[in-house]
Design a protein around this ligand. Structure first.
Ligand SMILES: [Mn+2]
Length: 337
């Protein structure tokens, strides 16, 4: 089944008067949360009933966003839905346990699935798809849609959209940052987003545990492929020792990439004895979305991830070997630096 193109008018029409289920993706980030809260607000102006739901705990970092407290866990959501709106992801495997809410719908009562995403992935589900790999964030797409459709953007919604754009661009530092990113952000500031406030909340209110796990990860950092690969690993005992949770490990990988000479940075986080979470970053030329797809994951060219089966030691061996090989191939191809 191939999805039909989702136009701004379609999206309005689909949402209007509907019961809309809006899942965050697993390991929700600022873009996932920001876009979901903005669409939920738009839904209220379209006489529809939105439910924002998250399979994973929603990071408290984002609790300053209005509507954060209303995000529900799947076990607290019941009833029927007319529409399932996937934001910032395009496959049911990315919404964790929310999938069960969709799967249990009786035949004929299956919700319509619409997708709004800026990731480059081969695999997509849905009846309607709006995909724009050129957008820096899903929040950029939602902002454009709300403006196009004349939907009101309150100060709270502007803050949510601004936060998604700021976090997905590394606060306007990643290569996806464009003039359009700044233009939209400027409009969002005029509508009430406060850049300093968002930066403080997202980047300057870390817990002691988060700083301790960062220290542990940096201490354990190793290099491979003559220094072009930097990697580290976090085991369950590292988490226990520092009092950190797995969401405290988000962002550590960016520190690894900052080492001069590094093209590929990788962090391995032990979920349990048989599952390992892997995050990838690259600096200039290695397509880590492609690398992550080898392991069942995905993402962007410079930032991607995968959840893999296998002990941390097995996964590390496979990933470092494949990553180093892809780096060599890329460089032998003459398209390197
Ligand atoms: Mn995003």
């Amino acid at each position: 089944m191939s999805a039909r193109e989702l136009t701004p008018e379609n999206l309005r029409e689909i949402l209007s008067g509907s019961r809309v289920l809006i899942p965050l993706h697993v390991a929700p980030d600022g873009d996932s949360i920001g876009s979901a809260l903005a669409v939920a607000s738009a839904c209220r102006h379209l006489d529809s009933k939105p439910t924002v739901v998250s399979s994973d705990p929603v990071p408290t970092t984002y609790s300053f966003l209005p509507g954060w407290e209303a995000i529900r866990r799947p076990e607290r959501v019941g009833g029927q839905f007319d529409v399932l709106l996937l934001l910032d992801c395009s496959s049911l495997s990315r919404i964790g346990r929310v999938r069960e809410l969709v799967d249990r719908a009786k035949p004929g009562e299956r919700p319509l699935i619409a997708v709004v995403d800026h990731h480059r992935t081969g695999e997509t589900v849905g009846d309607y798809l709006w995909s724009d790999a050129g957008a820096a964030a899903t929040c950029e797409m939602i902002f454009d849609w709300m403006i196009d459709q004349g939907l009101p953007i309150s100060g709270g919604v502007a803050t949510a959209l601004y936060t998604g754009i700021a976090t997905d661009t590394g606060f306007y530092a990643f290569p996806n940052t464009s003039a359009g990113t700044f233009r939209r952000s400027a409009q969002l500031v005029q509508l009430g987003a406060r850049p300093h406030h968002v930066h403080q909340k997202v980047n300057e209110e870390r817990s002691m545990a988060e700083i301790r796990i960062l220290g542990r990860a940096l201490e354990k950092m190793r290099v491979a492929a003559g220094g072009r690969v930097a990697w580290t690993e976090i085991t369950r005992s590292d988490l226990t020792d520092t009092g950190a949770g797995t969401d405290d490990t988000e962002g550590i990988v960016n520190h690894l990439r900052s080492v001069a000479g590094t093209e590929l940075a990788v962090i391995f986080v032990e979920m349990d004895t048989e599952h390992t979470k892997v995050s990838f970053r690259s600096r200039e030329y290695l397509d880590v979305a492609e690398l992550a797809r080898n392991f069942g994951g995905g993402g962007h060219a410079r930032a991607a991830g995968a959840k893999m089966s296998g002990s941390i030691a097995e996964v590390r061996k496979r990933v470092i070997e494949t990553g180093s090989r892809q780096l060599r191939l890329r460089e032998a191809g003459g398209q390197g630096k």
